[in-house]
Design a protein around this ligand. Sequence first.
Ligand code: ADP
Ligand code: MG
Length: 356
Amino acid sequence: MNRMRRYKDRILGLFSNDIGIDLGTANTLVYVKGRGIVINEPSLVAMNQKTGQIVAVGAQAKEMVGRTPQHIVAVQPVVEGVISDFEVTSEMLAYLINKAQAGHTKLLGPRVCVGVPSGITSVEVRAVRDAARAAGAREVLILEEPMAAAIGIELPVHEPHGSMVVDIGGGTTDIGVISLGGLVNARNARIAGDRFNADIVSHIRNEFKLLIGEKTAEELKIALASVASRSDRVESYARGRDLVSGLPREISLSDQDVRNALGHSIEELVEAVKEVLETTPPELVSDIMQRGMHLVGGGALIRGLPEFLTDSLGVPVNVDPDPLTAVVRGTSVVLDDIDRYREAILTSDDELVPTE
Ligand code: ADP
Ligand code: MG
């Protein structure tokens, strides 16, 4: 019976595009079967507030930020791990599904697998499903992001063995423990890339009396962020407005400055991971101690973070070599063998693992 279904799936697959989507708080990635990752853009929608119309999506919308008339605003579809605006999310999904298929139209609508933040409500799950259907999807499969990431980095999710994923994204860090194809424990903490940027802005304001923009803070983070002190002292420049004179000024900053800025949030992040370990059944903790936890998401690229987590928690930490694509790769693996991953896929009636 299973084989029949798989055979039928394969035949239907010839007439449709299968699409995997990682709807992240910072970045949206889209995979199309047979073509790989075809879209990798900021999760942003520019809207005209007067007419309610979408003006631009993704990279184009980001270009507009801060450079448009006041009635054009940038909206993030997913903020702090929750879908902030159903309409914007639907529009974004429709845009992505259409763009992914442009020039590759097939007879049947695509099967679409979407990664969503862990702990979204069943109402939200249904909304995502409806939005993808409205955009022409023939079947919609929904995965919680820690699960998608775990599948993407090829953890043995089906085994009766605890696997732990820490996904440090833009708006949230999603922490999940997986065993036997399901999420056993999960938490969604608001300590991630955006918070780090805000930390850098406020540190520079306090210490140097200089106001810098969010984009500058992000550049400083990527250039300098390092949890442990480095043997080579690295520096970078930041331009902003002097808070006293009101005039533009440039300063030079070192990795130590950024480390001071992030210190508090990094400690909080460690606490959040610790709390998940503390509430995970001991057998699974023992598995995690043995094989280590796995870092994914853009924040996994902060230098020295894996070593710091290992030292603080006494658990080995692995970093995926391509942490920003783990979730979308997971959706592609699921699309390749849907039956194998039925357990992992959410339905609207699922009892979701509660988060804080
Ligand atoms: P999301 O899944 O929430 O969209 P991502 O996993 O795409 O988030 O990660 C985006 C976050 O990672 C952003 O806050 C970005 O600044 C941060 N980031 C990307 N590269 C680096 C880096 N090299 N060092 C530190 N942070 C990084
Ligand atoms: Mg993500």
